[in-house]
Design a protein around this ligand. Sequence first.
Ligand SMILES: [Zn+2]
Length: 281
Amino acid sequence: MPRNWLSPASSGGLALLIFLLLCGPALAGAVSTDLPGTLSQGGLVVVRLKPGSRLDVAGKSVHVGDDGVAVFGAGRDEHGPLAVAIVEPDGQRRDTLIAIAPRDWPIEYVNGVPPATVNPPPALAARIEREQAAVTAVRNRDDDREDFLSGFIWPVQGRISGRFGNQRVYNGDPKAPHSGMDIAVPQGTPVRAPAAGIVTFAQPDLYLTGGTIVVDHGFGLSSNFLHLSKLEVTVGQRISRGQIIALSGMTGRVTGPHLHWGFNWFGVRLDPLLLPGIASP
Ligand SMILES: [Zn+2]
């Protein structure tokens, strides 16, 4: 920070600091009334329409709150353009195309992974399928809660050790792209809820993801936290933003301690790094 940051000579800087202190959290969650012209792959749109509007995205009806708030996202492999139709309360229809900005997806080579987690023995296939189906099911929830509106905070502070969408090659074997963001933190680091929500899934020992929690933020938006060493919440629990929900760990398919934070709009995986309040470092 500059030495004169708070000196009388830098009253502009002081005014800016006060403005940021007063408005920072609110700005993070500010909702536009305009749709963006362009959306990045993995990006989320939070928009406020006229109350009573209807919204279709790519031919599917999207939840609009009583206050007109709606959310939708673009998956990693979305190429667009996204056809968006808004029908306002007076029946007037507006059609918009949102261009999708493509991203580069570097290849990450992850070596030293326990072979049994890269290509699990057939005897475990049923267990893995059952566990993944249980997580997929809770992501279909569409609660009329706007916990996402206040913006998001980092669940832990640390170096990003794995980015959303990167192609993953485990022990030389190409696998599905990375579904979230990895943050390197020592085992036992407290994990905080990035936004308020309801715990919809909490299991200490899934085969691939270890200690696993899903928090539902409303309107189909949910966070998942993987490889946890200890769970501090239970299913159905209401949690506030910043509340400690777990301790990080290295359970499941990992090579070292880190927190995996995944973010979904229903079944569509989005990039946590693009969320309101989570600035790219
Ligand atoms: Zn990960």
